[in-house]
Design a protein around this ligand. Structure first.
Ligand code: FO1
Length: 337
């Protein structure tokens, strides 16, 4: 945003958002449109990352970056719009692995990220530079520069790297457990910890809680910083009317014995939350969420247009700000114990 007053920009991000894939990126874009984007820091899940064809692929970082840059493929929710597939066709002809589709433009991202990682740059530094080159003013930060890999333990005893479960096997295997390999040793970027200490609002975007948000919360110092922040923490339900809008969220929740409902997601995040945003279709669940000690906003959470994203972002920020003011009240806001 040109001409933003130095005080505004220098005061650090007012909002820290946690995001995974498609749903989260949509709200992150909405947030960037309704506030000073220089005060928005989006923490991206990297548990989906994997080595493929000798390349380091970071799907959720790329979905976020492409979405925030207006380059995302709206149909698939991943990769770039207007893609060509010459590389994939040539690879097929050579008998290479083509189950994970890499468009020609998208391939440039993986080649350049891999080159820079091998040259010793951190994932965070590379992400900041690629974002700046795409004109993105909000900050996109990987949850850690250390490797964290989501592993799906299936009911027939297999351990699957996430993309093999999600893409190669099309989420067919029954999930028995989900692990985040390396999370216990992963350190968050200090930029994120500083942002969380200065944040006025923390938003958990409507991403899959199990495979997009849980990996982020599995980074110990990051979860601790969210628990310690005096900023209100608000999550937007990824489940509407008992269904996930996209992806395997509902199937995985069911297989893990969770109720496939918006209030089950609120319970899953538990005492991290000050507020939860339910879709109007789930207004009847408001009391069961309030009984968890979590304030509720009922809103239209299905985002199909950019206006929907902006409208939801504005409502979420207003809701969180009201919670912040309410908790600030006469006594100073107490850091979460
Ligand atoms: N998802 C698919 O279902 N099929 C694909 O071929 C595929 C390729 C792909 C390439 C780059 C990228 O950044 C994402 C890609 N995805 C694909 C989506 C990806 O598996 C998911 O976006 C996340 O890992 C889960 O949100």
């Amino acid at each position: 945003m040109s001409g933003a007053s130095p005080a505004l920009v220098a005061s650090g991000p007012a909002c820290v958002a946690l995001s995974g894939g498609v749903g989260g990126a949509k709200l992150a874009l909405g947030l960037a449109h309704v506030m000073d984007p220089a005060r928005l820091l989006v923490v991206a899940n990297t548990g989906d990352d994997f080595e493929h064809l000798g390349l380091h692929v970071s799907p959720d970082l790329d979905t976020l970056t492409y979405t925030m840059a207006g380059l995302a493929n709206a149909e698939t929710g991943w990769g770039r719009a207007g893609e060509t597939w010459t590389f994939m066709a040539a690879l097929e002809a050579l008998g290479g692995e083509t189950w994970f589709k890499l468009g020609d433009g998208d391939l440039a991202t993986h080649v350049e990220r891999t080159r820079r990682l091998r040259a010793g740059e951190t994932l965070g530094a590379i992400t900041a530079d690629l974002s700046a080159r795409l004109g993105i003013q909000a900050r996109i930060v990987p949850m850690s520069d250390d490797p964290v890999r989501t592993i799906i333990e299936t009911k027939d005893g297999e351990s699957l790297a996430f993309q093999h479960y999600f893409v190669r096997l099309g989420c067919a295997p029954q999930v028995a457990a989900i692990r985040f390999q390396g999370a216990e040793r992963a350190r968050p970027d200090p930029v994120m910890l500083a942002a969380l200490s200065e944040a006025e609002v923390v938003v958990i975007c409507p991403s899959n809680p199990l495979i997009s948000i849980d990996p982020i919360l599995a980074v110990p110092a990051l979860r601790a910083a969210i628990e310690a922040t005096s900023a209100p923490v608000v999550a937007v339900s990824p489940i509407v009317g008992g269904r996930a809008l996209k992806g395997p969220t509902a199937k995985m929740m069911g297989e893990l014995g969770m109720a496939v409902s918006a209030d089950a997601v609120a319970g899953h995040y538990g005492d991290l939350l000050d507020g939860f945003v339910l879709d109007t279709a789930d207004a009847a669940l408001a009391d069961s969420v309030r009984r968890l000690g979590i304030e509720v906003l009922v809103a239209d959470t299905v985002m199909t247009s950019l206006d929907d994203r902006r409208a939801l972002a504005r409502r979420v920020l207003d809701f969180a700000t009201r919670l912040g003011e309410a908790s600030a009240g006469p006594q100073q806001a107490q850091p979460r114990t």
